[in-house]
Design a protein around this ligand. Structure first.
Ligand code: G4P
Length: 521
């Protein structure tokens, strides 16, 4: 029987260390986890439960895998799509954002808006993803709540519309004022935040003596906010003009229930999606899905390859024969899994908004569409402006075949972008990355999985611009620039620095030199 309860599919995003893993665990604790994953990415004491498919991941305590945690809350099915913690893997995070309907942005109350926070807000704006902002770590001293609202307004150009307002300043977290009902939600600490934190809702008249002062302060600020038109407006939120804000301490489980309530009440549900030809797939139409991530090497003993797909329309049933839009070939979904961390469970049925992992789907690549019935092809998942470049050569020339195969595979998975040119030949392709740690993943996998040592040599380029075949011809031979072609056919002009890119664009106004937005192209 398929589970047709309403869906909410979202990702938690943040600058590293804002508390993403902690919040994920707290959410799982609050809700009933369907896949009984149990193991959630974590650090420190929780390292024992960290997904460890790759030794490197474990050693660094960062998560490189992305999959989904599925749980039930108030009779809704919630899909929390995991994103990597390290900003070097931001390209992966951007891809995951193509598979969600909304995002929860965690902001560290002590640190305010950090570089990755700003970048991620930008990506969400570009992709039209509504964002709920959670000010985390309110149990620790930090900026004032009004100061944080000003920062969001000024730096992100989003109007913050707080739905809860803290009672007690940062470091003295007594509870929150529910701005929709005017009630005081008082939190009680539990040892180590190990269980759901008890909370008590009360009217203003019931506020106890020792909370009276901080409560009246919160009420005052709440009234100020209302005068300042900082109240929630659903239409403006969905249009990406405002961000609902709430205050929490993920570590103490404070505010977690309110976040789940907000997701249910405000976050959009899966909706119709347009294909590249403009045709629209309604949620209730025949099955369709698109791949947003491909991953292999999760299990060294048998080389599996998982293609994670987000279901756009229709019900999925394991064993279903679907059509692969890119090749028009049928594809049998004999093995489908739900994956979270190390845990995998077999998926029998799934609905729009859910994430399924197709096992050993060799033909599926990032961005590919699969469907049943009327053909549909969804727009490609965006790639991002690389900022780091190396040439790669086989460390052992007798293993060149393995080297080629490995590079091809990692290219398909989107671990790095692979660039080539006639000039350079096929022996040493250029690898391009958003973060340099992507190269470490390449090295690790080439050695351990493809049995081919690899040598990198750093290239002095810093900036990539999109050009075309005419542009490639015009730029040939110029100093400080080189044109290469990505596997998807895109011509990229690489420049040694911003200055060279700017002056070239100025000197050759007829040459196409498009900036690749950080948020995709
Ligand atoms: P990330 O996934 O976003 O990178 O962050 P993570 O959850 O790993 O949290 C980073 C650090 O911040 C952790 O401390 C975590 O305990 C702490 N933290 C998260 N949420 C809160 C909160 O609401 N209040 C406070 N006070 N701290 C919070 P750590 O010392 O780096 O790791 P650990 O050994 O405690 O796990």
């Amino acid at each position: 029987m398929s589970d047709t309860r309403p869906r909410r599919t979202f990702a938690v995003i943040s600058h590293p260390d804002a508390g993403k893993s902690t919040l994920t665990e707290a959410l799982a604790l609050h809700a009933r986890v369907i896949t009984e994953a149990g193991a959630v990415h974590g650090k420190g004491d929780r390292r024992a439960t960290v997904s460890d498919w790759m030794a490197m991941e474990k050693a660094r305590g960062i998560s490189i895998t992305s999959a989904a945690l599925q749980f039930v809350y108030r009779d809704h099915v919630i899909n929390l799509v995991d994103t990597p913690g390290h900003s070097d893997f931001s390209e992966d995070t951007y891809r995951v954002l193509s598979a969600v309907d909304s995002a929860v942005m965690l902001v560290d109350a002590g640190k305010g808006l950090e570089p990755q926070t700003l970048k991620l807000f930008q990506v969400c704006a570009l992709r039209g993803i509504p964002v709920i902002t959670v000010i985390n770590k309110w149990d620790r001293p930090g900026l004032s709540a009004l100061e944080l609202m000003d920062l969001i307004q000024e730096k992100i150009k989003l109007r913050p519309t707080p739905l809860t307002w803290p009672v007690g300043e940062a470091g003295d977290f007594r509870g929150v004022l529910d701005r929709r009902t005017g009630e005081f939600i008082k939190y009680t600490r539990t040892a180590g935040g190990a269980t759901r934190a008890p909370e008590r809702r009360m009217d203003a008249s019931e506020v106890e003596e020792n909370d009276a002062l901080v409560w009246s302060h919160a009420v005052e600020e709440h009234e100020l906010l209302s005068l300042d038109e900082a109240d929630h407006d659903q239409e403006r939120f969905l249009a990406g003009k405002t961000t609902p804000v709430m205050f929490a301490s993920a570590l103490q489980n404070f505010g977690v229930a309110q976040l789940l309530d907000l997701l249910l009440d405000l976050a959009p549900e899966p909706t119709a999606t347009a294909g590249v030809d403009g045709s629209v797939r309604e949620v209730s139409d025949d099955f369709s899905a698109f791949v947003f991530k491909v991953q292999s090497g999760m299990n060294n003993s048998h080389r599996d390859r998982l293609a994670y797909a987000r279901i756009v329309s229709g019900s999925f049933e394991r064993g279903m024969i679907v059509t692969h839009a890119a090749t028009k070939r049928p594809f049998a979904t004999k093995f489908a899994q739900a994956v979270f961390g190390r845990e995998t469970t077999s998926v029998e049925t799934a609905e729009p908004g859910d994430i399924v992992g197709f096992v050993n789907a060799q033909a599926l690549r990032v961005g590919d569409t699969v469907y049943v019935g009327d053909p549909i092809e969804f727009p490609p998942v965006p790639t991002f402006a690389p900022e780091h470049f190396v040439t790669a050569t086989a460390g052992d020339i007798s293993r060149y075949k393995q080297f080629r195969k490995g590079i091809e595979q990692l290219d398909q998975e989107g671990v790095v972008q692979v660039l080539r040119s006639d000039l350079r030949g096929d022996q040493s392709p250029v690898l391009a990355a958003v973060g340099p740690m992507q190269f470490e993943v390449v090295e690790d996998r080439m050695v351990n999985e493809f049995n081919s040592p690899i040598r990198f040599s750093r290239l002095d380029y810093q900036v990539a611009r999109r050009t075309d075949a005419d542009g490639a011809a015009a730029l040939r031979g110029l100093r400080g620039v080189e044109v290469l072609q990505r596997t998807d056919g895109t011509h990229l002009a690489l420049f040694v620095d911003q200055w060279r890119a700017k002056t070239t664009a100025r000197d050759l106004p007829d040459v196409m030199l498009e900036e690749l937005p950080a948020g995709g192209n």
